[in-house]
Design a protein around this ligand. Structure first.
Ligand code: UDP
Ligand code: MG
Length: 349
């Protein structure tokens, strides 16, 4: 195992906490905690076994009791078979969702299954360097309830994606007191208090980065590198990112709604000013019945603005509709726990 942690500790930590609170939290940490490692997996047949083995070795080296939770998010490959083949050797729980619900829901299902005093959320594709976990857990022991990875750079991404992300966070955080930090990842350590808080939040439109941030508690961001994916390919394309952005915006921001009040007000004032101008002009110079282009521009512009704002209202109403239907956020088709986990929990009873 590598011991040199390539963490830029000199980078400004995103820290919202006083020493006093930290010391109090640190004093409450159990001496022999159970760690739940959560792995959302969608078509990860090439990665999942090496990942589970790496985590198991890492946790054993650290002398930590642990459970490895794989949430199979409706795979179309041999991910489940691979996980089942490790049942005898590793402390694994397999939570199989009834179809592909997307990563946010897979994480939600994993958090619901986690029994640990803390959970490590990590992608199954080795993009989040597992050797950094000890440093994360160390900060948890120091009293931080959430330790999360901040991308050291986004150079691996296209300019379009970077600009898009920047605009998205700008909109999301506009005028907000509790800002959602940019460039964070789903590579995190969460304390039990956070896991309980997340489990208690019933919404179906789940934008996890927003939820982690909303619940509060003590938190620290650590800058980390992102490695290339080992096997397979990313399941996120531009459309799925757009969908996630729409979920995030509508779930955490009213700015898109309020924007139309402002635009409406500006347009109204401008039209009043223009009306006054026309009256004065007619009085002074008479009316020569010009102004056809102005009329067309005004009508089409206002039509466009109205349609756009109705579209945005529709987006919110659609989300409200999903919430009021009160459907469960997901269904689990099967849970399989390795014998090591079930016998251990029976011992404890
Ligand atoms: N994932 C998932 N459900 C999905 C898509 C992705 O559980 O519908 C998992 C995937 O197996 C991986 C993590 O989420 O562990 C990140 O996905 P991916 O690597 O495809 O995204 P990227 O790293 O490119 O953002
Ligand atoms: Mg990935």
């Amino acid at each position: 195992m590598k011991t040199d942690f390539p963490i830029a500790m000199d980078a400004p930590p995103q820290d919202n906490t006083s020493e006093f609170i930290l010391r109090a939290r640190a004093a409450e940490r159990p001496a022999d905690p159970l760690v739940s490692c959560l792995l959302p997996a969608f078509n990860e047949e090439g990665n999942i076994l090496p990942m589970l083995e790496t985590l198991h070795t890492l946790m054993n080296d650290l002398g930590l009791r642990h459970e490895l939770i794989v949430v199979d998010d409706g795979r179309r490959d041999a991910t489940v078979e691979r996980v089942m083949s490790a049942m005898d050797d590793l402390p694994v729980s397999l939570v199989q969702l009834s179809r592909n619900f997307g990563k946010e829901i897979a994480l939600t299902a994993g958090i619901a299954e986690a029994k640990g005093d803390l959970a490590v959320l990590i992608d199954s594709d080795f993009q989040h360097p597992p050797e950094l976990i000890p440093a994360f857990i160390e900060q948890w022991r120091r009293g931080y309830d959430m330790v999360f990875a901040v991308r050291s750079d986004r150079n691996d991404e296209s300019l379009l994606k970077r600009t898009f992300t920047h605009v998205f966070y700008g909109l999301l955080n506009f005028g907000e007191r509790n800002k959602i930090p940019e460039n964070t990842q789903d590579f995190r350590v969460l304390d039990r208090s956070l896991l309980d808080a997340l489990n208690s939040m019933p919404e179906r439109n789940r934008f996890m980065k927003g939820l982690y941030n909303w619940v509060g508690f003590t938190r620290l961001g650590i800058k980390v590198r992102t490695d290339p994916r080992r096997h397979g390919k990313s399941s996120f394309n531009f459309m799925s990112l757009l969908r996630l952005a729409a979920t995030g915006l509508t779930a955490f921001s009213n700015v898109p709604l309020r924007l139309w009040t402002v635009i409406g007000a500006v347009i109204s004032f401008a039209s009043i000013a223009y009306a006054i101008y026309i009256v004065i002009e007619t009085l002074l110079f008479g009316n020569n019945a010009s102004g056809w282009p102005t009329l067309v521009v005004a009508v089409t512009f206002l039509g466009g603005v109205q349609l756009l704002s109705i579209g945005i209202l529709g987006e919110y109403i659609g989300r409200i509709f999903t919430e009021v239907k009160q459907r469960p956020a997901y269904f689990v088709s099967r849970v399989v726990r390795s014998r090591q986990l079930t016998t251990k929990s029976q011992d404890q009873q």
